[in-house]
Design a protein around this ligand. Structure first.
Ligand SMILES: Cc1cc2nc3c(=O)[nH]c(=O)nc-3n(C[C@H](O)[C@H](O)[C@H](O)COP(=O)(O)O)c2cc1C
Length: 322
């Protein structure tokens, strides 16, 4: 799959997840096989640019390209300016968030709420494409609500505006995360536009990835929650899509080493105190299916310091190995 001039090594993308797909996570997911990892959404409001949260989300130090940065907001000129600003900071691709169902995306109509106003969608996309100077991609849901699915119209608007790829989560805004994602709408969109289409929603195994690609004809697949604590899922899916080979689950030492690398990345990016706090959920996701994982998770949330957390994780995996 190609996004603008960027030839991706496969069609596997990491879904942007605020609070999760930060630089340490993206680095590991990319190394494990994802071709592209979209950043957490970054507010388009200029007054937030210097906030610590935004600065950390804009930190791409040491990341391999192409770097895709997601911007969020509801005002065309502000989004255009945010696109230009983030491209100047190193974004190779600007992604626009019209997929997030949260009410509070920048305290304004933004994310998937925008899908209800197609004229505004067009104005935003035209303004951002004109300003960005790099390829622009769009992430949407299938529409505002099940009885108002407008993904095909939005996709046509996007293509006409010069958007270079479209990711679609197979739920409407009103669905939040309930029920199962559906792929018929994604297949319909794919048949109606020429830009690359990336299918998203509920893909958690290599076989599901194959099924969704076949059912939709999509050019790529984007994976969010299923890879939390399991970044090797990208490797397993990439291999399966390439050759049909089913890789075995990783060995415990590899899982431990990946988690420790992740923790060190978090301490480094956020500082030890905040890094250790953020690390708890990643530790929980990683150990949940391992022997004694639940009990260990209960213990590790009680540890405040990075050093204690780091050595507890090392000890846990050392015991498992023994
Ligand atoms: C914790 C969390 C945070 C998310 N943050 C974002 C975000 O910042 N931008 C966005 O476009 N989507 C966001 N999403 C939606 C995901 O990118 C994705 O579309 C959704 O989780 C469905 O894919 P999955 O079933 O593979 O998880 C978020 C989802 C979760 C669970």
């Amino acid at each position: 799959m190609k996004i603008g001039a960027h030839q991706l090594r496969n069609g596997l993308l990491v879904a942007p997840m605020a609070g999760i797909t930060d630089r340490p996570y993206r680095r590991i997911a990319r190394r494990m096989g994802a071709a592209l990892a979209v950043s957490e959404m970054i507010s388009s409001r200029p007054e937030l640019r210097e906030s610590r949260k935004t600065r950390l989300r804009q930190d791409h130090a040491g990341e391999a390209g192409p770097i895709s940065v997601q911007i969020a907001g509801g005002e065309p000129q502000m989004l255009a300016e945010a696109a230009r600003y983030n491209a100047a900071l190193g974004a190779d691709i600007i992604d626009i968030n019209m997929g997030c169902p949260a009410k509070k995306v920048c305290n304004a109509q933004a994310g998937s709420a925008l899908l209800a106003d197609e004229a505004l969608v067009a104005r935003i996309l035209e303004a951002v494409v004109a300003a960005a100077g790099v390829p622009v991609t769009l992430k949407i849901r299938t529409g505002p609500a099940p009885e108002r699915k407008n993904a095909v119209r939005v996709a046509r608007i996007a293509e006409a505006a010069g958007v270079q790829a479209l990711a679609i989560h197979g739920r409407t805004r009103a669905c939040m995360f309930a029920g199962r994602a559906e792929y018929d709408t994604i297949a319909e969109v794919k048949s109606q536009v020429r830009i690359p289409v990336i299918a998203n929603g509920d893909v958690s195994t290599p076989e599901e990835a194959r099924r969704v690609l076949d059912a939709t004809g999509a050019d790529g697949i984007m994976i969010g929650r299923a890879a939390q604590g399991r970044p090797w899922l990208f490797r397993a899916i990439a291999r399966y899509l390439e050759s049909g080979e089913r890789l075995p689950a990783p060995e415990l030492p590899e899982i431990g080493a990946l988690l420790v690398e992740h923790l060190e990345g978090l301490y480094d990016l956020y500082g030890e105190e905040q890094g250790a706090r953020i690390a708890r959920k990643h530790i929980g996701w990683t150990v949940r299916d391992l022997p004694g994982g639940e009990a260990f998770r209960g213990e590790v949330v009680k540890l405040a310091g990075a050093r204690e957390q780091h050595s507890a994780v090392n000890d846990y995996f050392a015991k498992l190995a023994a």
